[in-house]
Design a protein around this ligand. Structure first.
Ligand code: X90
Length: 276
């Protein structure tokens, strides 16, 4: 039995520890150039090119065909997608799964709509990887993974919402606050899987204290943390130090966002996933 975990590229993952993995790329485009968010994408070059580009830019979810490429050869499929509240990725994954199962009737497949993205999506994939490795059957993995998703959260600090606004994914009013120099929008994924701003923070020190108080409020007790950053390793490291100071040794990884999250979170952006 070939078991495969498939995410869209907003998971920022390229592999998992135990289970076969594939990533279905989203695409970031200008009128002149398309950036496919796969392992060949030169992300610093994309960020730089977009920063100098005067026209509009867009994104697109993975096509049904690119999901099908990822499914190739799998008998059991766990598919995890970016929130259906902001992307068509969940719908295209569902269509791809129906097609794949129609062609391969023995296949068992489940699509998880994370109502989130980035580190929270990555954490779900890591959890499924562990559950599969422990030898759990398909139904148990699906049930436990769905339970896990209820115990994880996503928080973000964004210096700009320009790309969210130009793609119509937040209102211009919300976006304008983030345009002010030094102001970061701190927020979370809403229950519907949309951007939910919580605070406006002036400066990184304020973001850091907001992260610490927010984690306390939601009952965080030292569970797993994943921090993705857009060219901001120093701040990610300061968050890590503050967390270790308060909670002691925790499972924490810092890494760079890939294409899609780099585009929307923009330079300086931080995404934090945690278990509660
Ligand atoms: O289908 C598409 O074209 C992709 C649209 C994706 C839009 C959201 C990307 C978010 C990337 C930024 C901060 C986290 C916000 C989370 C809210 C659920 C990461």
């Amino acid at each position: 039995m070939n078991i495969k975990i498939v995410c869209d590229s907003s998971s920022d993952l390229t592999k998992l520890t135990h289970t076969a993995f594939a990533s279905a790329p989203l695409t970031i485009s200008t009128n002149e150039h398309s950036f496919v968010d796969d392992d060949k994408l030169d992300i610093p070059n994309m960020i730089n090119e977009l920063a100098h580009y005067k026209g509009r830019s867009y994104t697109a979810c993975p096509s049904i065909a690119s999901w099908l490429d990822c499914f190739e050869g799998a008998d059991i499929l766990y598919v995890c997608t970016i929130t259906s509240g902001l992307s068509g990725a969940y719908n295209s994954a569902m269509s791809a799964v129906s097609q794949y199962c129609a062609d391969n009737p023995h296949v068992k497949a489940h699509v998880f709509d994370t109502l989130s993205t980035g580190p929270e999506l990555r954490m779900l994939a890591e959890k499924i990887d562990e559950l599969v490795y422990e030898g759990n059957d398909f139904d148990t993995v699906c049930r436990e993974a769905n339970e896990y998703l209820k115990r994880t959260r996503l928080f973000f600090s964004l210096e700009s919402l320009h790309n969210f606004a130009q793609n119509g994914r937040v209102s211009k009013i919300v976006a304008s606050a983030a345009g002010i120099l030094g102001i970061r929008i701190f927020g979370t994924a809403s229950a519907k899987g949309t951007l939910q701003p919580m605070h406006k923070c002036r400066g990184e020190a304020k973001v850091l204290s907001t992260i610490m108080s927010t984690l306390e409020e939601i009952g965080y007790k030292g569970g797993k943390i994943r921090i993705a950053h857009v060219q901001n390793p120093g701040f990610a490291q300061r968050i890590k130090e503050a967390l270790i100071n308060k909670y002691g040794e925790i499972s924490l990884l810092i890494y760079e966002t890939r294409g899609l999250c780099s585009y929307y979170a923009e330079k300086g952006g931080i995404l934090l996933g945690c278990e509660i």
